[in-house]
Ligand binder design. Structure first.
Ligand code: 5GP
Ligand code: ZN
Length: 137
């Protein structure tokens, strides 16, 4: 399953070049062309799914296995202190390429890239209860 015009589908089909670091039947991992840090890698399923909501759970599980394998290799091979796994869904969350993908972003204590600083907003018990009522299964 490929989608016309999708840049990642073109990478899978070798219609555009990329630095592929790992490939199996279902997944592909390649270096990000505009890396946030050295070794920034993208992992994708070979089938075109737009977001997390579209990829079947068994295929998602296979993709996560590859993310783990590549992450361990990056951690072993590069002099880094850690890494972020990032996965954007929909434009509002910063998704640009509409082919489900996971970022592996190598990090060092002093890399001055970005820090996930989670803003601490206040929420009353009433507000928490309201959203809890909407979300709990
Ligand atoms: P998003 O913002 O959609 O989560 O991230 C898409 C990522 O794909 C970006 O980090 C961008 O640099 C990367 N990317 C976009 N086009 C290409 C390409 O043609 N080749 C490679 N290797 N990476 C790409
Ligand atoms: Zn695609």
């Amino acid at each position: 399953m490929n989608e016309a015009g999708c840049i990642f589908c073109k990478i899978i089909k070798r219609e555009i070049p990329s630095k592929i670091v790992f490939e199996n039947d279902l997944n592909l991992a390649f270096l990000d062309i505009s890396p946030i840090s050295k070794g920034h890698t993208i992992v994708i399923p070979k089938k075109h799914y737009s977001t997390l909501e579209d990829i079947p759970e068994d295929e998602l599980a296979e993709t996560i296995k590859v993310v783990k394998k590549i992450s361990i290799n990056i951690h072993k091979s590069l002099e880094i202190d850690g890494y972020n796994i990032l996965q954007n869904n929909f434009a509002a969350a910063g998704q640009v390429v509409k082919h489900f993908h996971m970022h592996i972003i190598p990090r060092s204590y002093d890399d001055d890239k970005f820090r996930l600083e989670i803003p601490k907003n206040q929420a009353s018990d009433e507000e928490l209860n309201e959203i809890y009522g909407q979300l709990k299964f």
